[in-house]
Design a binder for this molecule. Structure first.
Ligand code: GMT
Length: 376
């Protein structure tokens, strides 16, 4: 098939999933065209059957807000007309599903055979999409899609709850490359960071408020106060970094915390991790948790959103009520101080990750594309 994939280029989950899907489809012989305003972070190597199309936007003095949605729709129409794509798959509803609808309207009959598939990822529904300033447009655009998928059961149910959706939403979960995300020997790295054999606690995110990074620091402080010699590695960057740094200073634990910034090879950091913390206030799936689990790292998380569909309480880690840093701290101490428990959970975490194996989920997308094409 000739497939158009539209996504955000950032380190955020939807861009990562879209790019990994594009790479997986290309490896299976499809031609893939990626459309975005910048090169996606995970599109880091040349692949013969992937073409990247950057959305060109000429600004004009009149525009206080350059109309990206229109430039995107224009380029989507070109993709359908000249690259002859068979399927247009957009990741994140805003504005991608709306621009895609417009592109199809522009082409009329010429685009009638091309299904528009929208994959919902999270904040496009739970936060931004539900904002009254976008809600009607999101509602309309989802209903105009020929196929709609959500990355978890939670997100599917939440979408039905918040919007007036007449379409059937198919749950196709996020996936993981088990060969890339596996525990590998990084002893030199571990020795450099933890010269005294300290335990390693890791958090990876885009440091948005919803990720509760200061709470990661508070939980880590509980771990230290309970006599666990440990280091906290924080991977990523974003709006809450300063608040997290401030929390370290207030607690006087800055010498135990390393801010590593954005990293391309997260699996290397995860390879030396003993525990992964993800106390998010909203999380429709939690791809970061799945990446950690695939590297055999037990997870302590909040019990909200799609996280319980990934992290199984008492098996792959523990779940705590939102904002309960004491509960997260207690469970973290349990795991870090009990080698037998740690070993069992690490093994279970990897086993659980195997259920989200990449090629199986990519096949599910292929079947879904075929189904949507047939139904047109
Ligand atoms: O988490 C973010 O801030 C990024 C966001 C995105 O849309 O790029 O991630 C969402 O999609 C990911 C991939 O499907 C999910 O794993 C994340 O749980 C979800 N984030 C939220 O719901 C906050």
């Amino acid at each position: 098939m000739n497939i158009g994939i539209v996504c955000y280029p950032t380190f955020g989950g939807s861009g990562v999933v879209a790019t990994e899907l594009a790479k997986g489809l290309a490896q299976r012989g499809h031609s893939v065209h990626i459309l975005s305003y910048d090169r996606p972070a995970r599109l880091d190597t040349f692949q013969t059957n992937i073409s990247y199309h950057e959305v060109n936007m000429n600004t004009y003095p009149l525009f206080e807000y350059p109309p990206y949605d229109l430039a995107l729709a224009n380029q989507m129409a070109n993709l359908i007309e000249y690259e002859k794509i068979d399927v247009l798959h957009v990741h994140y509803a805003i504005p991608h599903a709306t621009s895609a609808y417009l592109a199809k309207q522009i082409l009329g009959e010429k685009a009638a055979h091309v299904p528009l598939i929208t994959t919902l990822h999270g904040t496009d529904i739970t936060i931004v999409g539900s904002d009254p300033s976008y809600k009607s447009v999101v509602d309309f655009s989802i209903n105009q899609s020929d196929g709609v998928t959500a990355v978890s059961k939670y997100l599917r149910d939440e979408t039905y709850e918040r919007f007036d959706i007449k379409k059937e939403i198919e749950v196709i979960p996020n996936f993981i490359d088990l060969d890339r995300f596996k525990k590998s020997n990084k002893n030199h790295f571990k020795r450099a960071i933890c010269p005294n054999g300290e335990k390693v606690v890791v958090h990876v995110s885009n440091f948005r408020e919803v990720k509760r990074v200061p709470e990661v620091v508070t939980t880590f402080d509980y771990i230290l106060k309970n006599d666990i010699d440990a280091k906290l590695l924080l991977v990523g960057d974003g709006p809450d970094r300063q608040r997290a740094e401030q929390r370290c200073r207030e607690l006087g634990i800055c010498n135990h915390v390393r801010f590593l910034g954005k990293q391309d090879q997260v699996e290397e950091v995860l390879s030396i991790a003993d525990l992964f913390l993800i106390p998010s206030g909203s999380e429709t799936f939690g791809l970061a948790a799945l990446e950690a689990m695939s590297c055999s790292v037990p997870v302590v998380s909040s019990n909200i959103g799609g996280l319980p569909e990934v992290n199984i309480h008492g098996e792959t880690g523990y779940l705590c009520a939102l904002d309960d840093t004491e509960c997260m701290g207690r469970y973290s101490v349990d795991i870090l101080s009990n080698p037998k428990l740690h070993k069992r959970m690490a093994k279970n975490a990897r086993k659980r990750a195997e259920q989200f194996e990449m090629s199986t989920i990519i096949e599910t997308y292929e079947e879904y594309y075929e189904k949507c094409k047939k139904e047109l």
